[in-house]
Design a protein around this ligand. Structure first.
Ligand code: NAD
Ligand code: LMR
Length: 325
């Protein structure tokens, strides 16, 4: 029997976690032979609901769950934690952009970053979900200098999955036949969904769909899908977000599919001219519990221009929260 992995999930009484936690507990994130200890962090007023979630987790009798800790103390929640799923944050409502949340949510990530810096495993793998996710991850990283900075990432896998669906639908193909999708940049409306290197059943995706569709339909549809869900549902995506968190962490821990790429927002190492340290979404390959940014892609001037706009937005978001690091 493997040693349990300690997984901390913040915002555990919220919408995303009501889907996420049960799937982690069933083994969908770390494998069905990997026991877990679930540390659930909430703010004090939400503790009662969080305890109810823990009751339901217990009532599922998941064999992989070795313990559940419900707490409003971040130092307890992150003590020796090996995986941090940073969901707890305010969601946006209709008419808002994700960066409008920065003043409220940024503070959460500076204070949790400081705690993680003190008490978590130094190699904790972090996925920031709370919006604006890339900049919140930047804030967390800046406040947690003792943590392996490479391991502080943000979620763009939901955008990646949305892009897969749109291309499959348009090209009349099966999602499993699509490889090498890319989301570049910020998890915001400036993100750059890119099919230039994607293949559909081994053929170039660009030969299956026309260029005007890719530019005028596919790219804005994917970039604005979060807002479209909010408009339709009255609240932001939850089950699809939870699914993307599982995909992100599962591939990172257990490896991504051979011959394919996934999108993760990771600290830039300067690849593709993006300023070092910004949390920027790249195509990556995951192996042996680590990821590598796909190198050497010849990006068109059009895509590079969009990538630069997204980088610029990240710099502006960083500027707006300069007091938090
Ligand atoms: P929600 O309001 O249902 O749940 C958020 C929970 O976080 C609440 O229970 C709240 O009490 C808790 N919380 C607030 N501050 C906290 C803190 N300091 N510590 C611990 N918990 C805290 O919201 P949700 O629908 O679950 O969404 C959560 C976040 O995820 C939002 O910011 C949303 O915009 C974001 N999101 C991101 C993506 C993505 O792809 N990156 C996708 C969907 C949603
Ligand atoms: C999403 O992409 O669905 C989330 O980031 C929620 C939002 O505010 O759009």
């Amino acid at each position: 029997m493997k040693q349990p992995v300690r997984v901390t999930v913040t915002g555990a009484a919220g919408q995303i976690c009501y889907s996420l936690l049960f799937r982690i507990a069933s083994g969908e994130m770390l494998g069905n032979d990997q026991p877990v200890i679930l540390n659930l962090l909430e703010i004090t007023p939400a503790l009662k609901v969080c305890e109810a979630v823990a009751m339901e987790l217990n009532d599922c009798a998941f064999p992989l769950v070795k313990d559940i800790v419900v707490t409003d103390d971040p130092a307890v929640a992150f003590k020796d934690s090996q995986i941090g799923l940073m969901v707890g944050a305010k969601p946006r409502g209709p008419g808002m952009e994700r960066k409008d949340l920065i003043a409220d949510n940024g503070k959460i990530f500076s204070s949790l970053g400081k705690v993680i810096n003190e008490v978590a495993d130094k190699n904790i793998k972090i996925c920031v979900v709370g919006n604006p996710a890339n900049t919140n991850a930047f804030i967390l990283a800046a406040n947690a200098p003792s943590i392996n900075q490479r391991n502080i990432t943000a979620l763009t896998r939901l955008d990646h999955n949305r892009a897969l669906y749109q291309l499959a639908e348009k090209s009349g193909s099966d999602i499993a036949e699509i490889k090498k999708m890319i989301i570049w940049g910020n998890h915001s409306v400036t993100q750059v969904p890119d099919i230039a290197f994607a293949t559909v059943a081994g053929d170039a995706a660009a030969d299956k769909v026309d260029a005007a569709w890719a530019k005028d339909d596919f790219m804005p549809t994917v970039a604005k899908r979060g807002a479209a869900v909010i408009a339709a549902r009255g609240s932001s995506s939850a089950a699809s977000a939870a699914n993307a968190v599982l995909d992100h962490m599962r591939d990172w821990c257990l490896g991504s599919e051979s011959g394919d790429w996934v999108s993760m927002a990771v600290p830039s190492d300067g690849s593709y001219g993006v300023e070092k340290g910004l949390i920027y979404s790249y195509p990556v390959v995951c192996k042996d519990g680590d990821y590598e940014i796909v190198q050497g892609l010849e990006v068109s001037d059009f895509i590079k221009g969009k990538m630069d706009e997204s980088e610029q937005e990240l710099k502006e978001e960083r500027e707006a929260v300069a007091d938090l690091f």
